[in-house]
Write a protein that binds this ligand. Structure first.
Ligand SMILES: Cc1cc2nc3c(=O)[nH]c(=O)nc-3n(C[C@H](O)[C@H](O)[C@H](O)COP(=O)(O)OP(=O)(O)OC[C@H]3O[C@@H](n4cnc5c(N)ncnc54)[C@H](O)[C@@H]3O)c2cc1C
Length: 481
């Protein structure tokens, strides 16, 4: 039988599997990625990229292509009895170390198509119309049997195969689901309305807050309508929308997607099997769409996992590092379930003030999750484990953002000093970037960097691994992961 040898076998090419494949390529790691579908998503599903995802896209060169396609949105509003009673954006405005303080409203299909095309151009196209029929974990590798008759021998397997994950079921990883009996209709389309259109997320307060208007790219708009039952027609949804936005009227000129989803909440009991098989994205966490966190959390899983697999492949198996994928990401999934769960229940069960005002209050409270900027990998309120703040630098008079010069395939040692570059030997997986003041002779200069006279060892996913005094830089020579 035909056996393909690779480093990583990726099962599922939704946004998370596609991102894993791209990050493997960027890290010069071999990967095979398969999907049962015949092409990327055409319409529907996720509609918002948060500020952290935008920063991560900057590191891997996707930001410039994607950003112009979407619509920035940072305001959550409440509309009641014919007028706006609240319009808030403080949790975005107050973000530090970030240049894009908003959601980028953009359909999931744009993200999938862009990465899918990129992989094709890189000669690493998704193998489509193909599923995995078996996965064996052997002593030093995995053996995956595909539905096309091929076998793939790999060091690692990633299950990025969505909420009904074959990989999760194959290894009997518990995934008990809570069903709060809430059913949403979703409508994407081109609207006609006398409502003064604004690029804001609007929660409408009628008896409960069962209608939300989500701005989207181009001339598309999205409506979420809570229906609480599985049997309903488009007219029922339009009736609720029109009741909520009285005295204004709305109809759809064209409909691109009309679907429903029943809220389900779960986190996999474990994210890995024997340090060889890993779950990422919806295969290991599902929850309500409120707060727009599913796709963003899945992409952050991919960014957290892939550099660890890369280091492990290149530097020798790093058990502790691989284990940190679960210890870092599983609590994040739990917090996402808590925040999206509080939001979705507030549309129905909130008792204080109005449901819609209560909803926006919870958005503010859970802003760390919703913006993605409050996720950190250490409990202490210190730099280690926190995200690197973005800031402006100049290189040969060209203005850049620090995130645009980070490299996902290695750690960055950022030395903030006007002094001469110290002579240090760094391991091959560390790249040194010296940032001087605006009058220094450094190639990278920053007028007002958020860090001064210090060195930061920054992980490939732009979280701070270590803070070093400038006179301690010698330690970096012996730095182990
Ligand atoms: C209506 C709706 C609205 C949403 N809105 C938002 C939002 O606003 N913001 C947000 O962040 N998230 C949102 N989400 C969630 C978001 O769509 C998911 O979190 C995201 O798609 C997860 O990506 P994934 O790659 O993990 O899984 P998926 O997108 O489900 O991809 C899994 C892939 O695996 C493939 N596959 C499955 N089984 C196999 C197999 N056995 N073999 C091979 N291939 C397989 C599938 O074909 C698919 O391509 C929404 C979801 C829905 C349904």
């Amino acid at each position: 039988m035909n056996v393909v040898d690779t480093d990583i076998m990726i099962i599922g090419a939704g946004p998370v599997g596609l991102m894993c494949a791209l990050l493997a390529h960027i890290s010069s790691v071999d990967a095979v990625v398969i999907d049962k579908s015949h092409g990327p998503l055409e319409v529907g599903r996720a509609d918002a990229l948060n500020a952290r995802t935008l920063q991560l896209f900057e590191i891997v060169g996707l930001f410039d292509e994607l950003y112009p396609l979407g619509k920035p949105c940072n305001t959550s509003s409440v509309f009641k009895e014919g007028k706006f009673i609240s319009r808030q954006s403080s949790w975005w405005d107050e973000l530090e170390g970030c240049f894009h303080k908003h959601f980028l409203m953009l359909g999931q299909s744009h993200i999938e198509k862009l990465i899918d095309e990129k992989l094709k151009r890189l000669g690493a196209a998704v193998v489509r119309g193909t599923t995995a029929t078996d996965i064996q974990v052997l002593e030093d590798h995995c053996l995956t049997t595909l539905s096309n008759g091929q076998m793939v021998k790999s060091r690692y397997v990633i299950g990025a195969d969505g909420s009904r994950s074959y990989v999760r079921r194959r290894f009997n990883i518990p995934f008990s689901i809570v069903r709060p009996q809430i059913v949403w209709a979703v409508i994407d389309g081109v609207i006609e309305s006398d409502f003064p259109k604004v690029p804001e997320i609007i929660v409408f307060q009628a008896d409960t807050s069962d209608v939300a208007w989500i701005p989207r790219e181009g001339d598309i708009d999205r409506f979420y309508v809570r229906m609480d039952q599985k049997e309903f027609a488009l007219e029922d949804c339009l009736g609720k929308i029109n009741r909520a936005m009285q005295p204004y009227r709305l109809e759809f000129k064209t409909i691109a997607w009309f679907s429903q989803f029943s809220v389900k909440e779960s986190v996999a009991a474990s994210y890995s099997v024997d340090d060889k098989v890993f779950l990422a994205g919806d295969s290991c966490h599902i929850h309500s769409v409120n707060g727009g966190q599913g796709l963003n959390t899945g992409l952050a899983d991919a960014f957290n996992l892939m550099w660890k697999l890369n280091m492990s492949l290149k530097q020798g198996h790093a058990t502790q590092l691989l284990a940190s994928y679960e210890t870092e990401r599983l609590p994040v999934a739990k917090s996402v379930i808590e925040s999206s769960g509080a939001l979705v229940r507030a549309t129905k069960d909130g008792k204080e003030t109005t449901h819609a005002e209560n909803y926006v209050r919870i958005v503010k409270e859970k802003a760390g999750n919703i913006t993605g900027m409050g996720i950190r990998y250490s409990r202490d309120d210190q730099l280690v484990g926190s995200r690197l703040h973005d800031f402006e630098i100049t290189e040969d008079d060209a203005i850049k953002r620090i995130y645009s010069i980070l490299n996902y395939s290695c750690y960055s040692l950022l030395i903030f000093s006007d002094e001469d570059k110290p002579t240090i030997n760094v391991p091959e997986f560390v790249r040194v970037i010296c940032v001087g003041g605006k009058d220094s002779d450094k190639s990278f200069k920053a007028k007002d960097p958020p860090y001064k006279n210090v060195a930061l060892l920054v992980r490939p996913d732009a979280y701070i691994h270590e803070v070093l005094d400038l006179d301690q830089l010698g330690c970096i020579e012996n730095c182990a992961l």
